[in-house]
Design a protein around this ligand. Structure first.
Ligand code: CP
Length: 321
C-alpha cells in the first residue's frame, strides 16, 4: 500500500455561516454544495496517493459519545486524523458518567484540557445545542435523540449526487420509523433544500399524518405506493424497542409490510440507501443490501470525506473568528 504523506496544507475552502453544525435545518444549498465540493476534492486526493494532510495541524478534536456508535465516531476520528488533528475520544460507557458526573461537567472537563472542536452524540435532543453555551469549542451534532444527524444526511445526499449526478428534481422515499428518526429529519431538510421531493412511509404508529404539513412531505402508509415514482429509497433501521412498546405487532409483520426485497423493489428505483446499522432480513433483505443498487458501503466511505469537509470548515471558521 502506498503510504505517501503530504504535509502541505491545501487551499480547500468550505463556506459555513455558523461556527457550529447542529443540524441541516437552515443550511443553504450553497453551504451544502460547498461541503460537497470539499468532500469531493478530499475523496479525489485520498483515492490517489495522499494518506495524510496537515490542514488541521494544531487543532484538537474531541469525540464525545454519550450514546453508542460504530460508523459516526470512527468516521469523525479518521477524518480528523487524516487532516492532521489531535483526537481525544470520550465514550460514556467507560467514563465517570457512570459515577454520576453530569453531561455539562463532563464536557467542561474535556474542554478544560484544550479542545477546539467537540463532536457530540447524545440520546436527548438538544444536548449539542446546550453545550454551545457550556464550552467554547465548536460543536458538531453527531446525532441527538430524535432531532438531527446532520453529517449522515450530508453524506446521504452526497452519495445520491455522486451516483445519480444530481439531487434536484429527484423523488426520494424514506421508509421506516419516521417519527423517531433523526436521520429522516436531517434528510428531509437537506434533500428539500437541494430540490428533491420527499415522501415518507411507515406504519401509522411510527408516522403521524401531521408530518405532511409540518415537513411539507408526502405521507404514504403503503410501501409499493410510496415507491411508485421514487428514484431513491432510503431505508431506516427499525428500532427494536418500538416492538416492545407496542408500535407494531411482530418483526415478521413489519418485514411483510415495510421490508424492502427484490420482489417489491420497482424498476424506477435507481438507488437504495441505508444509514446503518441495518437489521438484515427485517427492513431490508440481504439480497438488496448486497446488490449494486444499494450504496451502503459507498455511504460509509463518503462519510469520512464529508466529515473532513465539515471539520475543515469549522476549524477555519473558529480560527478566523
Ligand atoms: N448511521 C449511524 O449513525 O451509525 P452509528 O450509530 O454506527 O454511528
Amino acid at each position: 500500500m502506498a503510504a505517501t504523506q503530504k504535509n502541505s496544507p491545501t487551499n480547500i475552502e468550505v463556506k459555513l455561516r455558523s461556527r457550529h453544525l447542529l443540524g441541516t435545518e437552515g443550511l443553504s444549498a450553497n453551504e451544502i454544495q460547498s461541503i460537497f465540493a470539499a468532500a469531493g476534492q478530499y475523496k479525489k486526493m485520498f483515492s490517489a496517493e495522499t494518506r495524510k494532510l496537515s490542514v488541521l495541524q494544531g487543532v484538537t478534536v474531541s469525540t464525545m459519545f454519550f450514546e453508542n456508535s460504530t460508523r459516526t465516531r470512527t468516521s469523525f476520528e479518521l477524518a480528523a486524523r487524516r487532516l492532521g488533528a489531535d483526537v481525544v475520544s470520550f465514550v460514556a460507557a467507560t467514563s465517570s458518567i457512570s459515577k454520576g458526573e453530569s453531561v455539562d461537567d463532563t464536557a467542561r472537563t474535556i474542554a478544560a484540557m484544550g479542545i477546539d472542536i467537540a463532536v457530540v452524540r447524545h440520546n436527548c435532543a438538544g444536548v449539542p445545542l446546550r453545550l454551545t453555551n457550556v464550552i467554547d469549542a465548536a460543536i458538531i451534532n453527531a446525532g441527538d435523540g430524535v432531532h438531527e444527524h446532520p453529517t449522515q444526511a450530508l453524506l446521504d445526499a452526497f452519495t445520491i449526487q455522486e451516483r445519480l449526478g444530481k439531487v434536484k428534481g429527484l423523488n426520494v422515499c424514506i421508509v421506516g420509523d419516521i417519527a423517531n428518526s433523526r436521520v429522516a429529519r436531517s434528510n428531509i431538510y437537506s434533500l428539500q433544500t437541494l430540490g428533491a421531493r420527499v415522501t415518507v412511509c411507515g406504519p401509522r404508529t411510527l408516522l403521524p399524518k401531521e408530518f405532511e404539513k409540518v415537513y411539507n412531505v408526502g405521507v404514504e402508509y403503503d410501501l409499493r405506493e410510496a415507491m411508485r415514482n421514487a428514484d431513491v429509497v432510503i431505508m431506516l433501521r427499525i428500532q427494536l424497542e418500538r416492538q416492545a412498546s407496542g408500535m407494531f405487532p411482530t418483526l415478521e409483520e413489519y418485514r411483510k409490510f415495510y421490508g424492502l426485497n427484490r420482489s417489491n423493489l420497482p424498476d424506477n428505483v435507481k438507488l437504495v440507501l441505508h444509514p446503518g446499522p441495518a437489521n438484515r432480513g427485517v427492513e431490508i433483505s440481504g439480497e438488496v443490501m448486497d446488490s449494486e443498487i444499494c450504496a451502503v458501503t459507498q455511504q460509509v466511505t463518503n462519510g469520512v470525506y464529508i466529515r473532513m469537509a465539515v471539520l475543515t470548515a469549522l476549524a477555519k471558521k473558529n480560527k478566523n473568528g
